[in-house]
Design a protein around this ligand. Structure first.
Ligand code: MTE
Ligand code: MO
Length: 256
């Protein structure tokens, strides 16, 4: 990700312009993204409003043919057990190494929050639900894109199975590296939002997020959290601080 020096520069820019950002956006009280508040997030506000107002709930991202599949680099954390990587977390990294040794047989997706049946899901539990296979373009905020095939369970099926409360508005995802992201219910129930355990017809490789990663096809790459450990359904937006991308001034909502 970014060098600390760049961050500092960006932070001072944010601080400097925060108030004018607020002024410009005054009056937009409807359909605001929950992170409204600094100049780099003006895009949040605009794209969020536009997409929520203009696109039908089920507007699909383009899906491709097998022959369109390209090579895809592994970006960010490629091994949560590697202490030399940026978002390394010692406790989770050690746990991840253990789970990987047993080919994730003991891994469980913990599901918590505003649901009537919180619990732990194994890979075979997830595989038992109907799967979706989609060939889509991954677009990274750093300026590259690639096409791959993803196999997984649509998130709405899991949410249905655990019984989401009517008050629920967001779903938070926590990874084995120090990474977390949240999406709103609109994206959570979108037919192409899947918890993927397979890629290009094989098991999801470690570097691409094994044993489970999110695919949010209508947003930029960093929303597609790899190495998922825990999922929390919430009624209110939770600022995940340094765990999530807005820590760098990146937008929370990055619709494409
Ligand atoms: N847990 C975790 N998820 C992550 C990242 C990361 O560093 N850690 N990087 C994000 C970014 S910026 C991108 S572009 C994609 C890259 O996915 P890939 O490595 O499968 O290409 O994963 C996203 N999900
Ligand atoms: Mo990215």
């Amino acid at each position: 990700m970014n060098e600390p020096r760049v961050l500092t520069t960006r932070r001072s820019l944010i601080t400097g312009l925060a108030s004018s950002g607020g002024l410009l956006l005054a009056g937009c009280s409807e359909s605001q993204p929950p992170t409204y508040g600094n100049v780099l997030r003006m895009a949040d506000n605009f794209t969020y409003r536009a997409q929520r107002l203009l696109l039908p709930r089920t507007a699909l991202a383009t899906e491709y043919d097998r022959r369109d599949i390209t090579s895809i680099p592994a970006i960010g954390t490629t091994d949560p057990a590697d202490p030399h990587q940026g978002a390394y977390n010692e406790k989770n990294g050690t746990l991840y190494a253990q789970l990987r040794r047993a080919r994730f047989a003991d891994w469980r997706l913990r599901i918590e929050g505003s649901v009537s049946r919180p619990g732990s899901w194994s890979l075979s539990d997830l595989r038992r639900l109907p799967a979706r296979i989609q060939i889509t373009r991954h677009t990274c905020e750093e300026g590259w894109s690639a096409i791959a095939e993803w196999t997984g369970v649509p998130l709405h099926r899991v949410l249905q199975a655990v019984g989401v409360s009517s008050s629920a508005r967001f779903v938070n995802f926590y990874a084995f590296d120090d990474t977390a992201e949240s999406i709103d219910m609109f994206d959570a129930v979108h037919p192409q939002t899947i918890l993927a355990y397979g890629m290009n017809g094989a098991e999801l490789p470690i570097a691409h997020g094994a044993p489970l990663r999110l695919r949010v096809e209508r947003q930029l790459g960093y929303k597609s959290v790899k190495f998922i450990d825990r999922m929390v359904v919430t009624d209110r937006f939770e600022d995940m601080g340094k765990l999530s991308e807005p820590r760098n001034g990146w937008a929370w909502y990055v619709g494409i």
